[in-house]
Design a binder for this molecule. Structure first.
Ligand SMILES: NC(=O)c1ccc[n+]([C@@H]2O[C@H](COP(=O)([O-])OP(=O)(O)OC[C@H]3O[C@@H](n4cnc5c(N)ncnc54)[C@H](OP(=O)(O)O)[C@@H]3O)[C@@H](O)[C@H]2O)c1
Length: 322
């Protein structure tokens, strides 16, 4: 089978389409013929070994694992002896860690959910990392409640487009921060208010938000506190620099102890229950994927190059088999 591999850190040029052995499902694992995968910033962080912190887990001088890609959707081809959830022929989607850019993937059955029949493989592959992050930041770290006022900074990206819709699903009033070219799209997925970041700095605009979900990290914790309700929660998902992340972790811990405001960074995790929760939102039309571009597997490097510009509107897809 064909799969993307990389053996050294660097630009998308390090990604190679190789002929590799097709995996075999054993025990609780399923073999899935991939129809589509989606790219996440996590992929290019692993590809570049940057920020440097990534190398502590991925390998100091070269990647320990040559595979890439987390989000995947496809059809089950074979199952291991202990598999109970799926059978050959089932259409599934899931977050499998690091080998999605491939014609076949093999992973634990708990990493997958059934793909709702009403959505395409591309729409399903777009979901896992972005939507799990949005869900866990809003529901777990943000403790979102109906009627609350929620601001999503970076509302037009892979995390933000799901965050706007998930916050609406929980009954919040949503303000999306994006650029002028994305204002209409962010409104179309449910934002009640939109702020063009090139014209207005949301931290200086007034207003008080119960939750700020920050996918960009371009304003300091003290600037964010200005527009956070007295018992509001600021949740950082994406950061512009290590300094920004450390500031949020350290200052956030102090502020959260000394005041009613809670400030912190949330790292998402893929789990079966949350994937099932998203499956239900997709099946009932409560959320949908916003897809910017689709690339074939042999152009995965171009897909990552595009994602790295930071300008993607929603998700970037790798179509493996149509
Ligand atoms: N914590 C976690 O577990 C976790 C999980 C997943 C992702 N992340 C992180 O979360 C961040 C967002 O991920 P993503 O998948 O949404 O990335 P993405 O799809 O690459 O985000 C691109 C979007 O960001 C917008 N954007 C760029 N600069 C902006 C600014 N100054 N203000 C508002 N919007 C701006 C862009 O809109 P314009 O082109 O209009 O500027 C574009 O639509 C990344 O840093 C990623 O590493 C964290």
């Amino acid at each position: 089978m064909k799969a993307i591999r990389f053996t050294k850190y660097g630009s998308p040029d390090v990604l190679q389409l190789q002929e590799v052995e097709k995996p075999l499902p054993t025990e609780n694992r399923i073999l899935v013929k991939v129809h589509a995968a989606s790219a996440n910033p996590l992929d290019w962080h692993r590809m570049r070994g940057a920020p440097f912190l990534v190398r502590l887990s991925e390998g100091m001088f070269k990647p320990k694992n040559p595979k890439l890609g987390a989000d995947v959707a496809g059809r089950v081809e074979a199952v291991g002896s202990d598999v109970t959830k799926f059978k050959p022929g089932d259409e599934v989607f899931g977050a499998i860690g690091v080998s999605a850019f491939s014609e076949y993937v093999c992973a634990r059955e708990t990493a997958f959910a059934l793909k709702p029949a009403n959505i395409s493989f591309e729409d399903a592959a777009a979901v896992p990392v972005g939507a799990l992050t949005a869900l866990q930041c809003l529901r777990d770290a943000g403790q979102i409640q109906a009627g609350q006022s929620v601001l999503i900074n970076g509302a037009s990206g892979g995390v933000g487009t799901y965050a706007v819709q998930i916050a609406k699903h929980f009954g919040a009033q949503v303000t999306g921060v994006c650029s002028a070219r994305n204002l209409e799209m962010v409104r179309s997925i449910g934002a009640d208010h939109v702020i063009d970041y090139a014209r207005e700095n949301y931290t200086r605009k007034g207003g008080r938000y119960d939750i700020i979900l920050d996918n960009i990290g371009n304003h300091s914790p003290s600037a964010n506190r200005r527009v956070l309700a007295p018992d509001g929660r600021y949740v950082l998902a994406g950061f512009a620099s290590m300094f920004g992340l450390i500031q949020v972790i350290l200052l956030g811990a102090v502020i959260s102890k000394l005041s009613r405001q809670k400030i912190g960074f949330k790292l998402s995790d893929a789990n079966e229950a949350d994937l099932a929760f998203l499956q239900n939102l997709l099946a009932t039309g409560k959320i949908r994927s916003v897809i910017d571009r689709c690339y074939p597997l042999n152009e995965t490097a171009e897909a990552i190059r595009y994602l790295e510009t930071g300008r993607a509107r929603g998700k970037v897809i790798i179509t493996v088999t149509s």
